[in-house]
Design a protein around this ligand. Sequence first.
Ligand SMILES: [Zn+2]
Length: 410
Amino acid sequence: MRRGTNLPRMGDFNQTVVLDVIRRAGGGLARADVARRTGLSAQTVTNVARRLLDLGLVVEEGATARSGPGRPGTLLRLNPWGRYAVGVHLDPATMTFVLLDLSGEVVARAQRPTPVPEDPEVVLDGLVEEIEGLLSGADVARDRVLGVGIATPGPIDRERGVVLDPPHLPGWHDVPLRDAVAERTGLRVLLDKDVIAAASAHLWDPREHASDFVFFYLGTGVAVSLAVRGEVVRGESGNAGESGHLVVDPGGAPCWCGKRGCLGAVLRAEALVQQGLAAGVALPPWGDGSDPRAVDDAVVALCAAADGGHPGAAAVLRTAGRRVAMAAGVLTDLLDVGTVLVGGPLWEQVAKHAEPALIGAMAVHEVPGGAHPVRASSSVFGPRVGAVGAGCLVLARAFTPRPADLLLVS
Ligand SMILES: [Zn+2]
């Protein structure tokens, strides 16, 4: 069954089609070019353009020699300040906030440690406070804010906007986060799983060009998203991406699932710290690994040791990159895609040493039949990829033309 969305629909399907073509063109389009690219009649484009101008979603500018439907000589261009979206990434260690304009550009941002992650009420207070601070600091009128996208660890119930029982958020059981934030802010809110939101950041940005890719998220946990034909695969319950038990080191450390060398077991931050200690790297005390901030400090020290030339530390990080490549190769073969993107706060920390190892391993990856090369790179969104992606989901909900929307009765 197809379900509607609570986000505002910006007019009809043609309107979103026209806006999407203008947005992706970047530099501005004449009405005649819009008509050609959308297959809409000149008159329809003229009418839709007028509505988009009235709504402040596009602006008219520049002169062109072209003549065509509507007023000749002007270009239609996205008005980035026409609407905004807030993106929030709730990670067990850090909460990250971004304010995106309509083009997906980050116009304001904030970050704070996640307060007492085991208490949802305290987290909610901090989250709402930071959203309000972001909006007032950026001086953005509330009626221009399309909504708030929140990326959280899974599993979630996306339909109900509820965070279920994330292993990385102890104390969280069936927390109705979406409605709680909506109630407190008066804004429309959307909830999605962190890795799915993070991958979505790469689909909204027209500079990214990739519509099919494998995306690895390395944060408190390890997860994978698959984008196929411009859509992130969500799965039946919206919780796709559990890749933790892909074996990348058959002789490696035992995992609770009974196998050895599972991706999630060898690539999570605690595992890298343990591997660093085993390689003789002096690291600060990090307790039993249950305090995410102490683990983070140890990872920072491990990376600093690698930067300082400690061969054991650098080897641990290079091995991490090769292990991502091992899992990536299985998935790119499975989907027949040529792009691997890796992001998230942990990857951001280790990328200096891990990324060259990943790229090298993917460059020699034997694609069955040699059909195409596989390129790997770090996400351009850095540690904010989850928050940016959550904001992009809000923009995409409001402005991406999807045939399924034609089924909606508005
Ligand atoms: Zn396992």
